[in-house]
Design a protein around this ligand. Structure first.
Ligand SMILES: Nc1ncnc2c1ncn2[C@@H]1O[C@H](COP(=O)(O)OP(=O)(O)OP(=O)(O)O)[C@@H](O)[C@H]1O
Ligand SMILES: [Mg+2]
Length: 252
């Protein structure tokens, strides 16, 4: 690999939905300990790129590399196993399950013992660990035996973010994690992102709130109509130049 610090990378990725070209020859890199902002107007292709990176969509063309190794994700499970954790824009929180069950959704703790992996869930251990996990990443949620449906939108979002960060071991992808959050809660999410960076994770942060993006990221990648139109250190953008890159308006 040319650059040892590159953690996650796609090259020449293309993705169409019928006649719509959602991604056109996209290159994207993420280094360890780096927060990259992915921005662009509605429909620019951000969530589609997220789905390629998370294994939810197979790209029509292009290559994916994790730790310098070529990867082909057949499902989100493959990417998860390899250490790529994703909070989708339409987050997969199950409202009828408890906070604890949501944190462990898809990887429930099976009680050890002579029954071995016969497959019944250790609810007590899950509750205890769910809370510990959320606390560890700096998220305060009310009792983890509460159904998520009885939390506020912001608290629900916190559970989803906590889940992603708690399980991550290489890459964390957050698609609009501060949506629907109040100023204080959004600030907490930014704090969690900073914390994740210090632990050496690579973080991809997607948001339409440009001040947040400028504040928390090291580098910003701008997508427009499925193409990368800018990829530069965050410090090289002003709010105005970033907006122009996104819209393509007012550029000479
Ligand atoms: N499942 C789908 N079927 C058909 N077209 C799709 C599908 N998902 C996305 N698209 C189209 O692909 C393009 C990129 O969409 P995408 O969701 O990646 O944009 P986005 O940048 O995440 O936008 P937003 O900021 O609104 O979330 C859009 O033109 C969209 O209409
Ligand atoms: Mg989107």
């Amino acid at each position: 690999m040319e650059n040892a610090s590159v953690l996650y990378e796609v090259r020449g990725v293309g993705k169409r939905y019928g006649g719509v070209v959602a991604l056109d020859n996209v290159d994207f890199t993420l280094r360890a300990g780096e927060v990259v902002g992915l921005v662009g107007d509605n429909g620019a292709g951000k969530s589609t790129l997220v789905k390629v990176l998370s294994g939810a969509h197979e790209p029509d063309s292009g290559e994916i590399y994790l730790d310098g190794q070529r990867r082909v994700w057949k499902s989100p499970h493959d990417a998860l196993e390899a250490g790529v954790e994703t909070l989708y824009q339409d987050s997969g929180i199950a409202p009828d399950l408890t906070v604890a069950a949501n944190v462990f959704l898809g990887r429930e703790i099976v009680r050890k013992g002579f029954l071995g992996k016969l497959g019944f869930l250790d609810e007590k251990a899950m509750r205890r660990d769910a809370h510990a996990e959320l606390e560890r990443v700096g998220i305060a949620v009310p009792a983890s035996d509460r159904p998520v449906a009885r939390l506020s939108g912001g608290q629900r979002q916190a559970v989803a973010i906590g889940r992603a960060v708690a399980w991550a071991n290489k890459v964390i992808i957050l698609d609009e994690p501060t949506n629907h959050l109040g100023a204080r809660q959004a600030g907490e999410v930014l704090e969690i992102i900073r914390h994740a960076r210090t632990k050496g994770f690579g973080v991809i942060f997607i948001s339409h709130t440009l001040p947040h993006v400028l504040e928390v990221t090291d580098r910003i990648v701008v997508l427009r109509l499925g193409r990368v139109v800018a990829d530069a250190p965050s410090s090289s953008f002003t709010p105005d130049s970033l907006l122009k890159a996104i819209t393509g308006l007012g550029q000479s």
